[in-house]
Ligand binder design. Sequence first.
Ligand SMILES: Cc1cc2nc3c(=O)[nH]c(=O)nc-3n(C[C@H](O)[C@H](O)[C@H](O)COP(=O)(O)O)c2cc1C
Ligand SMILES: Nc1ncnc2c1ncn2[C@@H]1O[C@H](COP(=O)(O)OP(=O)(O)OP(=O)(O)O)[C@@H](O)[C@H]1O
Length: 308
Amino acid sequence: MAAVIYRNDPAYDEAYLAGASVAFGVFDGVHEGHRFIIGEAANTAREEDERSAVITFDIDPDEMFAADKLKKLMTNEARIAKLAELDVDAVVVLPFSREFAAQAPADFLEVCFGGGVPRHIHIGSDFRFGNRAAGNVEDLRAWGAERGMEVHGHELVAERGVPVTSTRIRHLLGEGRSREAAELLGRPYGLSGTVRAGRGEGRDFGFATANLEVPGDMLAIGEGVYACYAVVDGARYKAAVNVGVPATFADEAKENIEVHILDFNENIYGQPIEVEFIEWLRPMRSFDSTEELIATVMGNIAWVRENL
Ligand SMILES: Cc1cc2nc3c(=O)[nH]c(=O)nc-3n(C[C@H](O)[C@H](O)[C@H](O)COP(=O)(O)O)c2cc1C
Ligand SMILES: Nc1ncnc2c1ncn2[C@@H]1O[C@H](COP(=O)(O)OP(=O)(O)OP(=O)(O)O)[C@@H](O)[C@H]1O
């Protein structure tokens, strides 16, 4: 379990990273590729008896530069918490801003490490930094060479010949390919939310649903019906889940995730739950009759009961 240290905390010691072995990046999803380079940073630290750290930002830079098409895999809090579970001494969180990002590559590095230059830095070969992402691994190497920092630029971890990236995982999830996304993440994709009151019809239909309204920039998972696990108060249950505003009730409905938790009958309005997406079952669709909707959803619930 790593310590989480914020650079803008007045108590932060600028020399903290001096001599350390670090991995640097955003790390949305904390996927297999991310864990590989963080593991390499930890290995170097062990071999050389140095401190190990992950350096990341408080927000995802895409929140500033690509907000309209952003589909984050994790909230910033969850990302930092997940990084802190890894086997490193610390997660150092740098404040990200437009001004910070707009600096020329060398200035950007000066701000990041001027007060304490790491001895080793591990990054993937696609690592870019500074204004318009103009800095690359070679620039980092040149900067490091003058300051005693060794740069380890790793070939990207690939699966079926294609690099594992957050972008690739977002595309898979958008197409409902939750199984493949889980392989690249190293765990099922999960989404958290607070349960809101729905229209209350699900209960009359024979399947109560916990409804979540997930903001668009956190809705990486594509529309459809999925076999899932729901985690409520630390307990894990099978669940049948609809993603997308229900097409049959498009005029009245707002919620975009509806979770039927199997063998569960408690009032959880206002409570946080987490949904883990395991298997895509079918596209979401509009039904001509309530009977057909109920029969189809009951079939999905039965599938989850038998197969998960
Ligand atoms: C597993 C599952 C699959 C669903 N599939 C669909 C669907 O394909 N089309 C649709 O319009 N609604 C679908 N729904 C949503 C139901 O229509 C919705 O849960 C119901 O209208 C009750 O809404 P309420 O909880 O807001 O009252 C599905 C719900 C669940 C739990
Ligand atoms: N598959 C991978 N193998 C090794 N290192 C990786 C891999 N993917 C990313 N990295 C490295 O991890 C750090 C964090 O990367 P970043 O947060 O940009 O993730 P990403 O998966 O490349 O995301 P995106 O798809 O949004 O570019 C960077 O140093 C990057 O080069």
